[in-house]
Design a protein around this ligand. Sequence first.
Ligand code: RB5
Length: 149
Amino acid sequence: MSSTKRIALSSDHAAIDLRQTIAKHISEQGYEVVDIGPTTLESTHYPKHGEAAARLVASGDCDLGVIFCGTGQGIMMAANKVKGIRCGVCSETFSASMIRQHNDANMLSIGARVVGEGLALEIVDAFLGAEFEGGRHGTRVDMITDIEE
Ligand code: RB5
């Protein structure tokens, strides 16, 4: 893996502990972590945190993003509204690899109330460790991008 990859992280209040655990884990692997919070347990609104991380990825400031909420679903929906973002929710490692390999996903979403910490770490490792295969998959990803136009 490239040790210079910048990874955007954000969550809502439901996933702060998990997000911070993931931040430490991937930082120890050599990734540059851009953790934009929040840091308090105060109730907050997942759309703004999903959008903020997505804008870091869409602008090129970060290479990839990993976001979290209770189910992973709401924050994923918000992130996917940002042009250029392809974000999938994963609760197992196979899909986490495949969304990189076939869909060129640039963001991963995880539900902190769905998966335990150990599995979440493996899901993130699978996502960050996989590469887009291109070829026929590139044609299909281009078709997704065309929908945005
Ligand atoms: C917050 O209670 C919860 O709705 C949120 O974390 C998330 O699961 C939404 O999709």
